[in-house]
Design a protein around this ligand. Structure first.
Ligand code: NOJ
Length: 765
């Protein structure tokens, strides 16, 4: 039965049930603002203060509260929604319990659907490497369809924190360092999750996070302080959140960090002035896990009571998994410290979100009827493997390919080596939702499937992922464990060298375990961890062609590896179909087209490393570096710049033609180049347009991405690629935070990465 027929059946069923009142109110009526407001106002009139406060509690399904207690609390009207349950009968039981509560207000069920639900797509940094909004739309849509089919109404995504410090483990969850690219993806993902309507049974509500500036934590250390100028915030860090809101995001998750001394969770300026007044946000705000209580550790609340008071007054609607609102709000209201109006404002948004998710019309919209539950929720036919494979291969970035080492031939003997080669768990990346390692294709299996009996594979582990005991103990406290082979490291390296010696080519799958690029997983170094580097050196010494396949969730410092490897492929964590997608790239069944969404520094000392920096009064000059802004031990340029990525073919870009070189504020300026595939095979590349405002009232970046186009060209084919610019593209926040374009000279650059560009100039009159 398709979901729509199934939906009408459910509507029929629920009208018989405990839900009758609410079901008939909303079913079939369009979500007009008037109807919604009248419905909610009427409902709130019937609610006691305790019931209102109950709606503000978002509880995690987990050890904190056992299932029977959750059901009891829901029936008593003391829980508004839960997260982390994707089991239909469990969600149904909770929804039934809500149906037995006095007001019969439906529950909602949330989950971290970040890059897939059952089918795991590449991690967000990988998705960003596609620079392909169609691929990202497909990812978000499939994720929503699968999550909704698991009874999920809301996702805590997209995560759009701008990240310039690769030490931060959550770099993996975001879309990189660039405001324009991240904003485009933010809007695209939001629309994809929410579909044509949030009330559709296969749509889920997007809750954009982490508002705000979480990616700028000092030193890349998770949860750390953020101190930032207002101009930088407005110009670089805030736009991606706004892009999601403008695309219709139903919710906003508030960040754990403080901003200039004020925690986001108690930040009235952020949650009221910026979010609601300036941006016109109409949805629900959600605190992050335990964040209200953390106001005490931040040093802005003396106790739990004050924390709850600060949060509700700042504008935190839902409190995630802490008891702050439940325990403290009743008395705070009684004493008059918090007004009923302040509570009502939050309740209205929570009920509004439930309305928007279609839950008043049908509380079982995504849960469905028990008779339709899949016999096996992990059934293979619930996955979308073809979509995942296609997006995964688009996420791969070819970093180096000396002497056309790649693509490999499906012949001879191939040594597949490395601690990540056979790891399906790591292939999923962090936040893999309901994905299963046993349904995930690892690198070895993907390569084996691709070569069939045409080539022989030999395998060796080569080394452990790390030998740092401190790191192992720490990381093993997370959900899954790092597998450690107890043999002496040298023995494992020797074994790998033997395997390599029998082969024609060596593919070493190295990098980080997935829990190294995760929440609470910040690093002090960016090199490939542990003895893996010794392994790479030993493999190089065999003289065999060496292909490094990197799996990691952040830019790594790969200076030495770049010297040693003949070819290097950045694969991030590719998800369910990772191994197959990787094999498609390695054997040339797919020509790589990914481009880096974050700068790869030469060493950790270069971070924060980002291409769109200011020039300084003494800019770094590679050939004349004395008394300039640089590091003296190595070149200050990145190893691989933002926007970089190779192909199995070559492309040329012509000089730029402008339609006009003096532009009034009403004009449209068109910049065009001819892009040609000068190599032997068809391929795709991303043509990138950057701008620089040469002299302005505030120092402007050396370049900023303003647009891009992905083009496919056959061998020898040439295409004209044009971009249109308006005054809007030239605007920025001046020192008084006014957003405007200033007259004067602009440099316009077009290229296939942020460094190798053709350049011209024009003037805004
Ligand atoms: C904490 C994380 O910071 C946030 O991103 C996530 O959505 C919540 N936990 C819920 O899992």
């Amino acid at each position: 039965m398709n979901k729509l027929c199934f939906l009408s059946l459910v509507i029929g069923l629920v009208s018989q049930s405990a839900w009758a009142e609410n079901a008939t109110t909303g079913v079939g009526t369009p979500s007009t603002l008037q109807a919604k407001n009248a419905f909610i106002a009427n409902l709130m009139k019937q609610m006691t203060l305790d019931e209102k406060i109950g709606q503000l509690r978002l509880i995690s399904i987990g050890p904190e509260m056992p299932k029977p207690e959750i059901l009891k609390e829901i029936t008593a009207g003391r829980i508004g929604g839960t997260f982390n349950s994707v089991v239909l009968p469990d969600n149904r039981a909770m929804q039934d319990a809500a149906g037995h509560s006095r007001n019969k207000i439906p529950m909602f069920f949330a989950y971290d659907v970040v890059h897939g639900q059952r089918t795991v797509f590449p991690i967000s940094l990988g998705l960003a490497s596609t620079w392909d909004m169609n691929a990202i739309t497909r990812t978000g849509r499939v994720s929503a369809i699968e999550a909704a089919a698991d009874g999920v109404d809301m996702t805590f995504a997209p995560m759009v924190d701008i990240t310039r410090d690769a030490r931060w483990g959550r770099s993996s969850e975001g879309f990189g360092e660039d405001t324009y690219l991240v904003s485009r993806i933010s809007a695209t993902m939001t629309r994809a999750f929410q579909g044509t309507s949030m009330q559709a049974p296969n749509s889920i509500m997007a809750v954009v996070k982490h508002f705000a500036l979480y990616g700028a934590v000092e030193g890349g250390r998770d949860y750390n302080t953020v101190d930032m100028s207002p101009v930088r915030m407005q110009q670089d860090y805030l736009p991606p959140y706004r892009a999601s809101i403008d695309a219709g995001a139903g919710g906003v998750m508030i960040a754990l960090n403080s901003i200039n001394g004020v925690p986001s969770t108690s930040n009235a300026w952020l949650l009221q002035d910026v979010l609601r007044r300036d941006w016109g946000f109409k949805g629900v705000t959600v605190s992050d896990h335990g964040a209200i209580k953390e106001l005490i550790d931040h040093g802005v609340a003396k106790d739990f009571r004050e924390a709850a008071k600060l949060a509700i007054k700042a504008g935190v609607d839902l409190s995630m998994n802490d008891k702050a609102y439940g325990e403290e709000l009743p008395d705070l209201v009684k004493s008059g410290e918090v007004s009923v109006k302040e509570v009502d404002n939050a309740v209205r948004e929570v009920l509004g979100a439930k309305w928007e998710m279609g839950l008043f019309a049908n509380p079982y919209l995504r849960i469905g009827a028990a008779v339709d539950d899949p016999a096996d929720r992990n059934a293979e036919n619930r996955l979308h493997r073809a979509e995942a494979r296609d997006v995964a291969r688009k996420s791969v970035v070819l970093l180096k390919n000396q002497n056309d080492t790649l693509p490999l031939k499906k012949q001879g003997t191939i040594a597949v080596i490395g601690p990540l080669a056979k790891s399906s768990m790591d292939m999923m990346g962090s936040w893999s939702a309901a994905g299963l390692a046993r349904q995930t294709v690892n690198a070895y299996d993907g390569i084996a499937a691709a070569v069939g009996d045409k080539a022989k594979l030999v395998y060796a582990l080569g080394s452990n992922i790390t030998d740092n005991q401190h790191a192992i103990t720490y990381l093993n406290k997370m959900d899954d464990q790092i597998a450690i082979d107890p043999r002496p490291e040298q023995e494992m390296i020797d074994e790998a060298v033997k395997a390599a010696q029998q082969a024609d080519v060596v593919v070493a799958v190295v990098g980080e375990s997935r829990n190294m690029s995760h929440e609470a997983a910040s690093r002090v170094d960016l090199v490939i961890p542990g003895r893996q580097r010794d392994l790479i050196r030993a493999l190089k010494a065999t003289g065999k062609p060496l292909v490094l396949v990197l799996m990691n969730g952040r830019p790594l410092a790969l200076g030495e590896e770049n010297e040693l490897a003949d070819a290097m492929v950045e694969s991030w964590f590719l998800g369910t179909e990772g191994g197959n997608a990787l094999a498609d790239v390695l054997f040339g069944d797919y020509n790589p087209s990914g481009k880096l969404p974050m700068t790869f520094p030469r060493s950790v000392g270069q971070v924060p490393a980002y291409y769109n920096h200011l020039n300084t009064g003494r800019p770094y000059r590679p050939n004349d570096s004395n008394y300039t802004s640089n590091y003296f031990e190595e070149p200050t340029s990145p190893l691989f710049p933002f926007g970089y990525g190779l192909s199995y073919t070559q492309f040329s870009v012509s000089d730029i033609t402008l339609s006009i070189n003096k532009m009034t504020r009403k004009d449209k300026l068109t910049a065009s180049v001819m892009v040609k595939n000068t190599g032997k095979v068809a391929g795709e590349t991303v043509v990138q347009l950057y701008l620089r405002d040469v002299a302005a009232s505030i120092s402007r970046p050396v370049k900023e991405l303003k647009n891009f186009q992905k083009v496919m060209l056959k061998s020898g084919e040439e295409k004209s690629v044009s971009f249109t610019l308006t005054e809007e593209d030239l605007k920025f926040f001046n020192p008084s935070l006014k957003y405007a374009a200033e007259a004067g000279e602009f440099k316009l650059m077009i290229g296939l990465d942020s460094e190798n560009v053709k350049e011209t100039t024009f003037n805004l009159l």
